[in-house]
Design a protein around this ligand. Structure first.
Ligand SMILES: CC(C)[C@H](NC(=O)[C@H](C)N)C(=O)O
Length: 717
């Protein structure tokens, strides 16, 4: 860094106003972070639902685009860091990219207003292409904004502290993390409630504009708060195209090393020292610092690979559990809020009690050791998840394997039937009853015999890997097969269907279309709690209510005396039991992963700041965030594509991988020596002042640059 600039920074630092030992300016930064994270997590909380139920994408497309967006949000920090460290400085970068971010959120909110294209006023958009284009544009702008400012805000916060405030600096990173999680917690709770409201100009629909609009407003607030603190910040000036110089310097070192590969040349301590002929010692030292830390980051994505499965695998696991806590009911995706709640309690406990206690015991719990222990905690969380999965597996129905077929028989006939099934005892099925459970067959082609007069023999061709029900209507000869669900219903919901034994068509609430006599409806999904169905044939009607748990499936048999019994004679067949393992069993795994997160992530954030040279603080923050992006991409590729047959085995595999990675990381950490970049930089600057070679090197560099420019000009001519 040029001496004049360094003096300038020092002078500015002296002026910062303090409160309780902290620079006042950090107040604006942490509030800004809180609002920004509210905006980000709030929007994320309803994004998949928007894709699924507004844009009407299927599950696979919705989740793929969602994960791709999250990965992009953690890749763009590199761009933000380059802009900040090389061109605009952190302050301006945060302002400009926050504007991009806020615009993105507004575009996203506009894309969710169905009325803008709903010319026929039927409640659904007429021009999906416009909504898709707007939302994709919004998401790209958001990813650019959120990712771009992320490395700058943390590093900019760190820049506000002076040398004597190192204790406060560490506390700042913890408070910063608390704000992230407070924002995340509140928005994850609030935005789904906003979405559930109804709004619209011509027709009332789920209120996505409000669910996306509030995060957009919070982003504007975040920007205003940040600008409000303008007069108080310590702003370090960017030092030209630092990334360009770094790349050129590394390229030169590699080239020079290759040119001097013969043994006749004396070895140098580090391969970067081969840039000494041309580049400043300070720049070389700074690059060495950054490369050392980036090398150490190589194993870290594995932590995020496990961490990010909270939102996917663990939420899916929760859908196979029950969330009835007596006084309140927790939905499977709400279980994720346990993470920020625990962060809000664990960070102060760790900071105020655990870490000081460890220090008092004389143990050196260095940052890299903390991170290793954090990884081990995350691995144990996955072992806990595997144990919970084993408990769940005991309660899950016996679903058919890919080579098997399963069959159930439902008798809607007015008399009992004896059904002869291959390699089974004959089944006696009462009128309006079903066979006790699914019968599993290794073969697909089977023949059933019924004791009707005349006897019926039926050849069935079952579907491999499927569950089917054979419905025998009042006229047994018209029996037919209906395909059943073969996995737990999504999101902890309950799958219900009706078989119409009434003599006329029926309209039933929640069903897509009316049900003809003897027909079986498709499944409809209903949430947990008391649900009411109204059945009507256009003349008479009655109501049927039932309380549902989580993850069950029922076939309701409608009898011929439906209206005379006021719907009470409807018979239920339980195709799939409701979930019985309680979601509270997931708390230990959430506790373990969050403890791991506090040790790993909060420490990593501090470490990335403290070990970075002054002019590359944002770059190293971006490198740290990139480990998160890579982790997300691994989840996408490995976890989504390469499923193991048993879910618990997959959890154990991930836990083992993380243990292996943490061992490698601890070995790498053992050889890492902590540095004080400011001290090293000052030392080199001092040495250079007395170094006669320095001037010469600078002159050579300037001459080469001029020659390059001339060459470019000539080529243009
Ligand atoms: C991605 C980071 C780990 C961080 N997330 C959290 O703190 C979660 C909410 N516990 C973030 O910066 O969003």
């Amino acid at each position: 860094m040029p001496d004049s600039k360094m003096d300038e920074t020092k002078k500015k630092k002296k002026k910062t106003a303090e409160c309780c030992g902290y620079p006042i300016s950090i107040f604006f930064i942490v509030v800004n972070e809180f609002c920004e994270r509210f905006s980000y997590y709030g929007m994320r909380a309803v994004l998949v639902l928007y894709f699924r139920y507004f844009l009407l994408w299927d599950d696979d497309l919705a989740t793929s685009i969602y994960h791709a967006f999250v990965a992009l949000c953690y890749l763009t920090p590199i761009l933000g860091a380059i802009i900040a460290d090389s061109w605009l400085g952190k302050f301006k970068t945060i302002i400009y990219l926050s504007i991009v971010y806020a615009v993105g959120q507004v575009v996203m909110a506009v894309s969710t207003i169905h009325d803008i294209t709903d010319a026929n006023r039927d409640g659904t958009p007429d021009n999906f292409t416009l909504h898709i284009a707007l939302s994709m544009l919004g998401l790209v702008l958001i990813a650019l904004g959120t990712g771009g400012i992320k490395p700058c805000v943390a590093a900019f916060g760190g820049d506000q502290f002076q040398e004597h405030q190192s204790r406060q600096l560490n506390t700042f990173f913890s408070v910063f993390y608390l704000c992230i999680n407070a924002g995340s917690l509140l928005s994850t709770l609030i935005t789904p409630v906003l979405r559930a409201q109804e709004c619209g100009i011509h027709t009332q629909q789920q209120c996505y504009p409000l669910a996306f609009g509030v995060p957009a407003a919070l982003m504007v607030v975040s920007l205003v708060v940040f600008i409000a603190g303008s007069g108080m910040y310590t702003k370090t000036a960017p030092e030209g195209n630092i990334m360009g110089s770094v790349c050129k310097c590394i390229w030169f070192a590699l080239n020079n090393r290759f040119r001097h590969r013969s043994d006749i040349y004396p070895k140098r301590e580090h391969w970067m020292d081969w840039a000494e002929e041309k580049y400043d010692k300070l720049l070389i030292a700074q690059i060495k610092m950054v490369l050392k830390v980036l090398f150490l980051y190589i194993p870290l994505p594995m932590f995020w690979t496990l961490f990010d499965q909270k939102g996917s695998r663990w939420t899916l696991q929760a859908t196979t559990m029950t969330g009835d806590f007596g006084g309140f009911v927790l939905q499977p995706d709400q279980m994720q809020t346990v993470n920020p709640i625990l962060i809000l309690t664990l960070v102060p406990i760790m900071d105020r009690i655990i870490f000081p206690l460890i220090k008092k015991c004389g143990l050196n719990f260095s940052p890299l050791k903390r991170m290793t222990v954090g990884m081990l905690f995350a691995a144990t969380a996955f072992i806990a998840a595997a144990l919970v999965q084993m408990e769940i597996d005991k309660t899950l129905p016996n679903f058919p394997s890919s080579s098997e077929s399963q069959l159930k028989v439902v008798n809607m006939h007015s008399e009992s039937l004896i059904v002869t099934v291959p390699s089974q005892e004959p089944l006696l099925i009462g009128s309006f009853e079903s066979s006790p459970d699914y019968i599993t067959f290794d073969q697909q082609d089977i023949r059933l015999a019924f004791n009707t007069t005349p006897e019926i023999n039926k050849d069935l061709s079952l579907i491999k890997g499927s569950r089917q029900t054979l419905i025998i209507p009042s006229e047994p000869a018209e029996m037919y097969l209906k395909e059943d669900i073969k996995s737990k219903p999504k999101e902890g919901k309950n799958a219900v269907r009706f078989v119409n034994g009434w003599t006329a068509y029926l309209n039933i609430t929640n069903l897509e279309s009316s049900l003809q006599p003897s027909e079986t409806s498709n499944y409809t999904l209903v949430s947990q709690g008391m649900r009411k169905f109204t059945l009507t044939d256009g003349i008479q009607s009655c109501e049927f209510s039932r309380k549902f748990g989580f993850g069950s499936s029922y076939t309701f048999l409608i009898p011929s005396d439906l209206f005379s019994t006021d719907c009470e004679s409807i018979k239920e067949i339980e195709d799939m039991q409701p979930n019985s393992v309680h979601m509270a069993l997931q708390i230990p795994q959430y506790f373990l992963i969050t403890t791991g997160e506090v040790m790993f992530s909060v420490t990593g954030l501090q470490f990335s700041y403290s070990q970075a040279p002054k002019n590359m603080k944002s770059v190293l923050q971006a490198g740290w965030l990139c480990t998160n992006a890579v982790g997300n991409i691994i989840v996408l590729i490995v976890a989504e594509l390469g499923k193991l047959p048993k879910q618990w085995a997959e959890y154990v595999l991930f836990a083992s991988l993380l243990v292996a990675v943490s061992i490698i990381f601890s070995i790498m950490a053992y050889f890492y020596t902590y540095i004080d970049p400011a001290e090293i930089e000052a030392e080199i600057l001092k040495q250079q002042e007395t170094d006669p070679d320095k001037k010469k090197k600078k002159e050579t560099l300037e001459m080469e640059e001029k020659e390059n420019e001339q060459e470019i000009k000539q080529t243009k001519i």
